[in-house]
Design a protein around this ligand. Structure first.
Ligand SMILES: *Cc1c(COP(=O)(O)O)cnc(C)c1O
Length: 400
């Protein structure tokens, strides 16, 4: 009972036992190279890869020939963005994205800016959503790519993907979405949503780390991509390198399992999330929900706690629950999260924010223990906090 509760499922998830079970034989007795055409070891590996490809495609309402396996969503995003930028260079040099994208999208965009491309970074509302009218207004004859994430990894906010798809189609611009947090969490139909490129990550949906995929539309329109990794011409020339057969098998199983369980799992996660929110806000004042609560992944909650110091808050919780804060600890400096800043939070509130990522293996008991601990630690920190004093004084003035 004293194990630390894992509530960081937007950072990564454990491999589901059934996924691991499916992968096992492909490390040992079924170890063949999927590109070996001359013997049964190769045929067996290829068959497993093609089954996984079919499963990933089916989950998106796509065709198997539209799935390219990569090392993860970081690589998929790099391939989609740089691959389109190169392939469509004759058509134009303008790309559109959003200020709250994952670092790997923003850094790919900034790389392209150094190569002479022009990038528009759309702002978001206080709820974290883009304004589709603003997107439409940003499109020029030079625009070759719109890249907008499906679900945000920090605040879980779901962008209006169907509307973005319609706008992209109407202007003949390729539409890429980073769906690392969305696949297996919300229903996705690339046809209905007008998505041309879509990135997937294995370890965000109870599959292994180091595997992902990119959906690449083959018709209406056929999307061209310039390969970013050259070699043996695997994956229709779009991504060379010996296929990671066990990981691909794991990805296929994980995607199929997540999509099959989605309609039961999403309401369960939503109930746990709502319970957590109710338990915390029922017992603490000065708590702000970061990002829209309506347009949001079922398992995500992101809260700002006025009048507490972020690092002290995380440290106080560390023996009970594993969480992420609103600090971008990927960099050496403890910068506030660019996503929370984009919502309009000041540095202090951004640092004093917690991301609760509820997942498949969390229970109601986890939620009860977590909320009790959060309330206890926040109250303790606020007792000593001049910032909380100041917050209360501001409130008293505002209401007088
Ligand atoms: C985790 C994540 C990525 C990176 O995925 P990897 O498979 O770890 O490279 C990209 N985008 C989003 C939204 C993510 O959550």
């Amino acid at each position: 009972m004293n194990q630390v509760i894992y509530l960081d499922n937007q950072a990564t998830t454990p491999v589901d036992p059934a996924v691991l079970e499916a992968m096992w034989p492909y490390f040992t007795e079924k170890f063949g190279n999927a590109a070996s055409r001359s013997h049964p070891y190769g045929w067996e590996a290829e068959e497993a890869v093609e089954l996984a490809r079919t499963r990933v495609a089916a989950a998106l309402h796509a065709d198997g020939r539209e799935i390219v396996f990569t090392s993860g969503a970081t690589e998929s995003n790099n391939l989609a963005i740089k691959g389109v930028a190169e392939a469509y260079r004759q058509k134009g040099n303008h790309l559109i994205t959003v200020s709250t994208e994952h670092k790997c999208v923003l850094d790919s965009m900034s790389f392209l800016e150094h190569q002479g491309y022009r990038v528009t970074y759309l702002p978001v509302s206080a709820g974290g959503l883009i304004d589709p009218a603003q997107l439409a207004a940003a499109i020029t004859p030079e625009t070759i790519l719109i890249s907008v994430m499906f679900a945000n990894n920090e605040i879980g906010v779901l962008q209006p993907v169907a509307e973005i798809g319609r706008i992209a189609k109407a202007h003949g611009v390729v539409f890429h979405t980073d769906a690392a947090q969305a696949v297996g969490k919300v229903p996705i139909d690339v046809q209905a949503l007008g998505i041309d490129l879509l990135s997937i990550s294995g370890h965000k949906l109870y599959g292994p780390k180091g595997i992902g995929a990119l959906y690449v539309r083959r018709k209406n329109p056929r999307v061209s991509l310039t390969a970013q990794i050259h070699g043996g011409g695997h994956e229709r020339g779009m991504r060379s390198g010996t296929l990671a057969v066990p990981l691909i098998v794991g990805l296929g199983t994980a995607v199929e399992q997540a999509v099959a369980n989605l309609s039961a799992e999403a309401p369960r996660l939503r109930a746990l999330r709502d319970r957590l929110l109710e338990q915390i806000t029922g017992r603490l004042s000065g708590v702000i929900v970061n990002g829209s609560l309506d347009e949001r992944l079922a398992g995500n909650l992101n809260l700002a706690f006025a009048g507490v110091e972020g690092t002290a808050l995380l440290m106080g919780l560390a023996d009970t629950v594993a969480l992420s804060s609103g600090s971008a600890c990927t960099s050496a400096s403890l910068a506030p999260s660019h996503v929370l800043r984009a919502l309009g939070l000041d540095d202090e509130l951004a640092h004093a924010s917690l991301r609760f990522g509820i997942g498949r293996f969390n229970t109601e008991a986890d939620i009860e223990r977590t909320s009790a601990k959060v309330v206890e630690v926040v109250n303790r920190l606020r007792e000593l906090s001049p910032a909380w004093e100041a917050h209360l004084n501001r409130q008293a003035v505002a209401s007088s």
